[in-house]
Ligand binder design. Structure first.
Ligand code: GUN
Length: 297
């Protein structure tokens, strides 16, 4: 049976490291990292994500401003709010929860965030910095950085490994493919990015020493797509129903977990795998931003 890579356990480790750093920052420099989370409307999934991000930030000792706005806010009002946080010295990270209502241009909003406070790593300046790599980097996008961190902390060999990434989204597939191919810690892999236009999807997957699936299709990857002993990272979060007693959604990944854990060497569960890592990396970026503000790195 495969070893389970627990995002929940790794998140706990990272958050306790960050809590310690924040305490020291407060003692030595008299400031704590500040995060502003902006939520427009009340999409239930977004409300639950933002609430968890805000709570986690508070738990580790950050200043947290949870800024909830009505669905009918105008694009201009939202841009003005972002400018206020750009100019607020207490705030080191700004996060606008996506998706936004249709009358608001998502890119226009994301591009208005100061790249040096863009802890989601979605601003084109940070995407460019990530692509160039090297020492002067901005903020890495949280889900790809979390996956890389899980691979490193679980002792998965990446250098020279065959990595197959299923999915080409701007949030996961594209940036992750770049990160894992970069030189250095957690990189140096041979990466193939496959997508809905790929012929023989299963054949590519069977070559993978590390298979990462971010397709948004429940149960897409079957056991016979997995090379025996491979590491499988399931990024899918699909709501496949509701628990009648609790009313909470039942989540499933993109991988047929029960069959896959008999073949894989290591595997991430859903929930409790990649999801918790995304929040941990958001906190890491917020602390990094505050350290940069203090010229500590
Ligand atoms: N919506 C879904 N995932 C994300 C994320 O990582 N960041 C933001 N801001 N919105 C999201």
């Amino acid at each position: 049976m495969a070893e389970i890579i627990s995002g929940t356990a790794i998140r706990k480790e990272i958050l306790s490291e960050l809590k310690q750093e924040i305490q020291e920052m407060h003692e030595k420099h008299g400031i704590v990292p500040g995060l502003a989370t902006i939520l427009v409307g009340n999409n239930p999934a977004s409300v639950s994500y933002v609430t968890l991000k805000a709570k986690t930030a508070k738990d580790i000792g950050c200043l947290e401003i949870q800024d909830n706005r009505p669905e009918n806010i105008s694009e201009q009002e939202l841009l003005d709010i972002i400018r206020q946080y750009n100019d607020d010295p207490r705030i080191h990270g700004i996060l606008v929860q996506l998706p936004l209502p249709r009358h608001i241009n998502e890119n226009k909003v994301l591009y208005a965030i100061d790249p040096d406070k863009d802890v989601d790593g979605f601003h084109p300046v940070n995407v460019g910095r990530m692509l160039i790599g090297g020492e002067v980097t901005g903020f890495l996008p949280c889900t790809p950085a979390g996956i890389q961190e899980m691979l490193v902390r679980s002792g998965t060999e990446l250098s020279g490994a065959e990595v197959v990434v299923v999915g080409r989204s701007n949030i996961v597939g594209k940036p992750l493919s770049v990160l894992l191919a970069q030189k250095g810690r957690g990189g140096n892999a041979t990466v193939t990015m496959v997508h809905t236009g790929t012929r023989n999807l299963a054949e590519h997957c069977r070559r993978a020493d590390v298979l990462i699936v971010a397709a948004g299709r429940p149960g897409l990857v079957q056991a016979d797509w997995i090379k025996p002993g491979a590491t499988v990272i399931d990024v899918g979060v699909n709501r496949i129903g509701f628990n009648e007693t609790t009313g909470k959604p039942i989540l499933s990944g993109d991988v047929d977990f029960e069959a896959a854990e008999k073949i894989a060497g290591k595997i991430t569960p859903v929930p409790g795998g990649v999801g918790p890592m995304t929040i941990a990396m958001l906190m890491k970026n917020t602390v990094l931003s505050a350290k940069r503000h203090l010229n500590l790195c």
